[in-house]
Design a protein around this ligand. Structure first.
Ligand code: ADP
Length: 171
């Protein structure tokens, strides 16, 4: 059984979910990659709200409205920068997924879309990140049955989608 977790090849800024996740940096003041794409599509009001949040710790999450995005909310979570794996990177990455789902739950979000947190500029190896992401989401769903309708992993390229598909197939 695949639960209600799905992978999708595409651009997360196009997804009409209750919440999409932004792989942010701790300043929450915008950046490149998916962060830049989300801010561009949401419009300047997103940055204005982010300025009121005073940053966010790696592994935690903060919520804003989605503004011009099709999604109602954005969950901003700074993933860990990969420094070789001996600096708590794996635990911090799992914490990003759990923190976002906690926040989604407390805002009555039934559908949540994640990008592949940390596997871009932050260089977290994809083959390690995907099973951590899937394991963290599955663990959360197991302890919160019926909390969500669907969790999406929105993958920006084939290689990323393949890694998440593999992780979903292996228990
Ligand atoms: P990080 O700094 O956490 O590594 P990046 O934005 O550099 O974040 O990369 C995270 C992942 O998001 C990468 O797989 C990248 O290809 C992907 N990505 C970039 N733009 C988008 C987008 N518009 N929608 C979904 N994923 C995206």
């Amino acid at each position: 059984m695949r639960e209600s977790i799905r992978t999708l090849l595409g651009d997360i800024t196009q997804i009409r979910a209750d919440a999409i996740v932004n792989a942010a940096n701790p300043s929450l003041l915008g950046g490149g990659g998916v962060d830049g794409a989300i801010h561009r599509r949401a419009g300047p009001a997103l940055l204005a709200e982010c300025r009121t949040l005073h940053g966010c710790k790696t592994g935690s999450a903060k919520i804003t409205k989605g503004y011009s995005l099709p999604a109602k909310y954005v969950l901003h979570t700074p993933g860990p920068v990969w420094h070789g794996g001996g600096h708590g990177e794996e635990a911090m990455l799992a914490s990003c997924y759990r923190s976002c789902l906690e926040l989604a739950l407390s805002h009555d979000c039934r559908t949540v879309a994640f990008p592949s947190i940390s596997t871009g500029v932050y260089r977290f190896p994809l083959d390690r990140a995907a099973p951590i992401a899937v394991g963290a989401v599955r663990g959360f769903l197991a302890s919160h049955p019926a909390a969500f309708d669907e969790i999406l992993f929105v993958c920006f390229d084939e290689k990323t989608k393949h890694a998440y598909d593999m992780a979903l197939d292996h228990r």
